[in-house]
Design a protein around this ligand. Sequence first.
Ligand code: M6R
Length: 603
Amino acid sequence: MCGITARVGTDDALEELLTSLSNLEYRGYDSAGVALLDGDLDVCKCEGETDDLRAAVESRRPSGPIGLGHTRWSTHGPPTDENAHPHTGCSDRVAVVHNGIIENYESLRTELRSRGHEFTSDTDTEVVPHLIEERLDAGRDPEAAFREVVDVLEGSYAVALAVEDDDVVYATRNGSPLVVGIGQEANYLASDIPAFLEFTDRVVYLEDDEVAVVGPDDVRFTDVDGRPIVREPQTVDWAAGDAEKSGYNHYMLKEINEQPVALRQAVEGRTDPGAREIDLEDLPPGTFDDVERVLFVACGTSYHAAMYATSLLQRRGVAASTSLASEFANEPMPLDESTLVVAVTQSGETADTLAALREADRAGARTLAVTNVVGSTAAREVDDVCYIRAGPEIGVAATKTFSSQVATLGVLAERLRGDVGDGEPPDEAFLRGLERLPDAVDSILEANRTERIADSYAGMDSYFFIGRGIGYPVALEGALKFKEITYEHAEGFAAGELKHGPLALVTTETVVVAVFTGENDEKTLHNVREVQSRGAPVVAVAPESATEVHRAVDDVVEIPDAPEELSGLLSNVVLQLLSYHAADLRDRPIDKPRNLAKSVTVE
Ligand code: M6R
């Protein structure tokens, strides 16, 4: 999704602005631009990557102490120089960057055209600078003009404005993320913290409709009516190095390798297997006594983690189900205060998930966010929050956050069991299994031989991932990751469903990756034999002790023996590595797959 950034200081903003834009690349983009303000505005923007922008900037060298930057992920109009942000009006007195969608832009554009405005782009954004210009012409000061214009915008947006001869940047948001960075030498603004993390770790998360006026020495905040408000900065506990590649070729590989640490952080201090107790910070025993059922809402990888958690809850006597957040509004279901709606979202900014949460809130349900990002919109809008503590994830493909989500949801399942489920105390073996996950993942990473497997099956037509029980969401996640970064055709299926249709597609050119968790493995072996008798090669991911599976398949990747409920998490690490190596062999842009964005902030 689009990334906004700004830097306001007294020295030249360009270099830090370009660094921030590079740091935002992971969000996904297809064009980029900057506007530098030093009395006059100088805008430089182009289709392509931030390196293309750097080249364009080299020849022009725009400069000034105030800068706006933007990475654009096309929604209205193709990726072209003209559609790249910042956008200016007719007279180049204002520059605007925007993330989100302005839903009423067509009517605004028609009105503006009738008043003589000429447009140079296809974007919804361009109405904003033209509207600002009109207000400035009518004698408003820039802040008043900004407020008036934001008031007529409909949709979801984060928007920032610089005006010639001014010395601040104005910014606001409605449904799209925006965070202010308070620095020593300068102040910052961005869609996400990694943009400026190397310059400051003191942040203020802007709330919807609040306006930030970012100056070189201070940042002023006002509410929707323009009344001053006090916002104290928080210090984020991510180090700048957490958002760097640290010698790995890709963020994805780095993040796969960070899983032992991430898992330790997710579980540490939260479990006491000997005492069969858990300590979930603000969610002590009894927190959910009034809850009768649990409904997860999530998208993509987080949806698969939620499916995994649904299974964990059901096994603990909790009535639980999972809904795709993007389908939530289309599947109205009875919700009231006895339903706990749990949003699982790494970023805490996914528009579909936020929409589902808001719908649940309107219906009177209790809400909980399981998220990675402290201060994210989801975290701020719910009744309760539980952090997965994975540290920043930059690769578009979610890896360590899936593992951290599953581990955190595992702890949560043990809490909900007492309050809503079978009333049993937490399961000692499961809690010990959670604590051993970091070592188990370490051994998978050390023994990794998926590169050879990826190589042996390159050039096949399709890749099917099958699993049963907890292996089913893992199969879906394996297929999502594989298609997302290799661009090969991959599908995930419940193993028992193959014979109800998909088997028709299976040929000698279909690789079947089968996930074995130790539960009902004999049934999954039947399904394996069904595809083998059609000539399909089978790769199994199976516990060390599953010797029958080892004998039955063409290739096997072992995972350490663990409680069956946690085997799926371990298998998924193998599938991440398999996807990574398959994509690397194909020379794909692993961290920034085409057409995709890290944080999907439009519905
Ligand atoms: O930030 P979220 O967890 O809400 O994101 C949801 C999905 O967009 C995300 O999990 C996506 O499917 C992954 N990036 C795929 O690897």
